[in-house]
Design a binder for this molecule. Structure first.
Ligand SMILES: Nc1ncnc2c1ncn2[C@@H]1O[C@H](COP(=O)(O)OP(=O)(O)OP(=O)(O)O)[C@@H](O)[C@H]1O
Length: 347
């Protein structure tokens, strides 16, 4: 399937206020062309508002929004080259799958008279996108004759059939059960590869965001806290908030040195044998195993040291721990994260 070129999106001091609520607070963000950008953050941090501004459903209060350097602020939603799939992707119930998918193209044809796509083009593009999303066999079914996952794919097909340079997805997988989500995740990534558009996806699921995106945006209180490759956000979170929000289990934190905070990831703790000393320079963490969760290839051991909890992840091949056992582990100095008293990363 041929595509329109992907757009680079830039937000500069983008602000949106609803009465006294500031939903977006001077957001500066650069979305690389062709990226799969995932936006995560706690409920109410402004994720959906960001998409609504990008799509043109809502005007910004102030600031600038550019696509490939072009100011979008006054460009109407229909002319932005931006398609959006909502969480509750309402399909037209009386139309079959083919008619649902081609709706936008048919509208375009009618509006532009001779200049829009002709019938043969519409039919071909509908077929192409249906094949891409594995809906080829279902073109003549109505939405109420489809499963949740199939309906979600029709909504996606309807959005991408017009080859938008930008595709916005608001919690696209939220309505699917766990098993369907896994295959829909793979489907979305494949779709992104095929259509080449810039994808911006909002999700509650930070695991989903990490695994699917190549650009991860973490928001809090209407602001972008960090935007980078997911690997970088995980390896070097800019502050304590990102350290505990991104990654599962959240990063372990403990006071010190001074008035700072030390952090370490569950997989960076190495269990010490009874009597074994922590190597010089390592952080020694001691506690008691309280909860041992076997995940298949690993075991997450939630421990308590009298004041705080921490989680140790043991990989397969090690001895599985049991609740009640004493736990001593060492963390190498290069695996430690340092935050200052205000929670900012210092190393
Ligand atoms: N139309 C509106 N009128 C007034 N306040 C609004 C409106 N839309 C959003 N808000 C407020 O703006 C803030 C950001 O909302 P938004 O929906 O963007 O958050 P979100 O990160 O998408 O949240 P969630 O993850 O819960 O969907 C919230 O405080 C919300 O209550």
């Amino acid at each position: 399937m041929s595509t329109a070129p992907a757009s680079r999106l830039q937000m500069q001091e983008l602000t949106k206020r609803y009465g006294t609520t500031t939903a977006l607070d001077r957001v500066d963000l650069d979305v690389p062309p062709g990226s799969f950008t995932a936006v995560v953050g706690p409920s109410g941090c402004g994720k959906t508002t960001l998409l609504r501004l990008l799509s043109g459903l809502e005007p910004a209060t102030s600031g600038a929004l550019l696509a490939d350097g072009r100011d979008l602020t006054r460009v109407p939603a229909g002319e932005r080259g931006v398609a959006m799939v909502f969480q509750d992707y309402a399909l037209y119930p009386h139309m079959d799958v083919a008619a649902n998918i081609s709706f936008g193209l048919r509208l375009q044809a009618r509006r532009r008279r001779g200049a829009g796509p002709d019938r043969a083009t519409i039919a071909r593009r509908t077929r192409e996108v249906a094949e891409l999303l594995e809906l080829g066999e279902l073109l003549h079914r109505r939405p109420d004759q489809l499963s949740g996952g199939q309906r979600q794919r029709v909504a996606l097909a309807r959005a991408v059939v017009r080859r938008p340079p930008v595709l916005l997805l608001d919690e696209p997988l939220a309505a699917l059960d766990a098993q369907l989500r896994a295959s829909a995740r793979a489907g979305l990534q494949r779709l992104h590869r095929e259509i080449g558009a810039t994808v911006v996806m909002v999700t509650h699921d930070q695991h989903e965001a990490m695994t699917m995106s190549d650009h991860l945006v973490v928001m809090k209180d209407g602001r972008v806290v960090q935007a980078a490759r997911p690997q970088e956000v995980y390896a070097a979170p800019v502050d304590r908030f990102v350290a505990t929000f991104v990654g599962s289990p959240p990063m372990n934190l403990r006071p010190g040195p001074g008035d700072g905070v030390l952090g370490w990831r569950a997989e960076d703790g190495r269990l010490l044998a009874p009597g074994e000393e922590a190597p010089a320079g390592h952080l020694l963490v001691e506690g008691t195993a309280e909860l041992c969760e076997f995940t298949g290839s690993a075991q997450d051991v939630v421990c308590h040291d009298g004041t705080t909890s921490f989680t140790l992840r043991q990989q397969s091949g090690t001895r599985w721990l049991q609740a009640g056992e004493p736990v001593r582990c060492a963390v190498a100095p290069q695996r430690l994260h340092h935050f200052d008293r205000d929670g900012r990363r210092t190393g």
